[in-house]
Design a protein around this ligand. Structure first.
Ligand SMILES: Cc1ncc(COP(=O)(O)O)c(C=O)c1O
Length: 427
């Protein structure tokens, strides 16, 4: 008996349940992250090999040669032909992702490549989309140029009423760059009323923080560049498909279209992705806890304000607003949609609105541990003066992506940076 399965086997009913039949229960996320690809082992080496080949030998036995048009994709797990279709390292990566995300998963060259493939496959006339990562809006604009695809505003009820059967409600949660969450159960009800698909960009809350399939989402998308990669060294995108949709042909359809779009993940990225997913739970839980401690500390300093200690003074003087899902009103009600949606903690990204754009521009260079760089999800903490990479964002905004360092060190770094900025402003 081998553990784990391909996305196709999962779509056909195997998957975490197959493991459950051996252990009498589903294995934990941590164990699945280490073992869901064990079935692909062909060598005694414990660490997975890296295959760089783009092409694969056909069988030497002519009786085993099957023309492409006669291959049953569900029975072709072992058949490798050309790496634009699939390759051993991305197969491993996808086996882990399928088990971790709870639905058959495909990998792509980047998060935007995954988003593009999803929209091409579902081929809506309209997409309702809210704030969030500007690149996804850019992809929709490109498609508008090709086929007139219309972008509607997710949070405008009038716009939602324009949606028709086969259109998409696309929800990013938590949102980039604020880290605030949106209610998936609400949008599932809307999608059902309107006959639309519900797709989610869950990049900011990977497992174990959030499981969008619990809310009936049709396709879960991730920029795997962030927490799945986790070390700021690989670009990747992921689509996980609701098991019912996958079994109804969506997995085969997306796989077939990916072969033509050519936006597969590379061999190195597949290998790095496996290396990284082994520690997903450890990293994400630590990052989430670190972020929560920093948000709690900043919020308490802000509340204490000028009547508090010297540090409270500095935070209150410079930080106008802190944004994070843990600060949304619903976060303090255990029965709320937010607590149901994020039962294991909040995301590791939050944002700070400083008093002015000039403050936001100057703070990053005062920090010693936080790197000033875009992106998020890696083990190293980052801040970004978001105006550096987003043309439409409030110029006072600093996005904070919390890494795995000791949280007290991160707190002290933020404090010394804010103090240095405060001192500079008073000169
Ligand atoms: C929420 C979100 N979705 C999608 C993307 C795009 O991912 P990628 O950069 O891997 O294409 C990003 C990138 O920052 C993101 O933050």
């Amino acid at each position: 008996m081998t553990l784990g399965c391909t996305p196709e086997q999962m779509a056909a009913g195997a998957g975490p349940d197959q493991l459950a039949s051996v252990f009498g229960r589903q294995l934990s996320l941590a164990s699945r992250s280490v073992h869901a690809d064990d079935y692909t082992n062909t060598h005694s080496a414990v660490a997975p090999p890296m295959h760089v080949s783009t092409t694969f030998r056909y069988s030497d036995n002519p009786d085993k040669l099957q023309p492409w048009s006669e291959i049953d994709p569900d029975a072709a797990d072992e058949l490798y032909i050309y790496s634009r279709e699939k390759s051993p390292n991305t197969t491993r990566y996808e086996a882990l992702l399928s088990s971790i995300l709870g639905g058959p998963a495909l990998s792509y060259a980047s998060g935007l490549a995954a988003f593009h493939a999803m929209i091409v496959f579902l081929n809506p006339r309209r997409v309702a989309i809210g704030g969030g990562y500007h690149g996804c809006h850019g992809v929709l604009k490109l498609l508008n140029k090709l086929n007139g695809l219309e972008q509607l505003e997710l949070e405008d009820e009038g716009d939602l009423a324009k949606l028709r059967k086969g259109d998409i409600i696309h929800v990013e949660t938590p949102l980039n760059p604020t880290g605030e969450a949106r209610d998936l159960a609400y949008y599932r009800r809307k999608a059902d009323e309107l006959g639309c698909y519900l797709t989610v960009d869950a990049t900011f809350a990977p497992p174990p923080l959030q499981d969008p399939f619990r809310f009936g989402v049709d396709v879960v998308m991730h920029s795997g560049t962030k927490y799945f990669g986790g070390h700021s060294d690989m670009l990747s995108g992921v689509l996980a498909i609701h098991p019912d949709r996958a079994a109804a042909g969506w997995l085969a359809g997306l796989r077939g279209e990916r072969l033509l779009l050519g936006s597969v993940a590379g061999n190195l990225e597949g290998w790095l992705g496996v290396r990284s997913l082994r520690t997903l739970e450890l990293r994400v839980m630590r990052q989430s806890e670190n972020a929560q401690r920093l948000v709690d500390w900043l919020a308490s300093q802000q509340r204490a304000g000028s009547s508090g200690s010297g540090s409270a003074n500095v935070v209150a003087d410079l930080v106008y607003k802190i944004q994070h899902s843990s600060l949304q009103p619903e976060a303090s009600d255990p029965g709320s949609w937010l607590c149901k949606q994020m039962p294991n903690g909040h995301g590791p990204v939050f944002s700070l609105l400083l008093q002015s754009a000039e403050h936001a521009k100057r703070l990053p260079s005062k920090l010693l541990l936080f790197h000033h760089a875009t992106s998020l999800g890696g083990v190293e903490s980052l801040v970004e003066w978001r105006a550096m990479s987003d043309a439409d964002v409030d110029r006072r905004l600093i996005r904070v992506s919390v890494g795995v360092e000791g949280w007290e060190d991160l707190r002290d770094d933020l404090l010394q940076g804010l103090q240095a900025l405060h001192g500079e402003l008073r000169q």
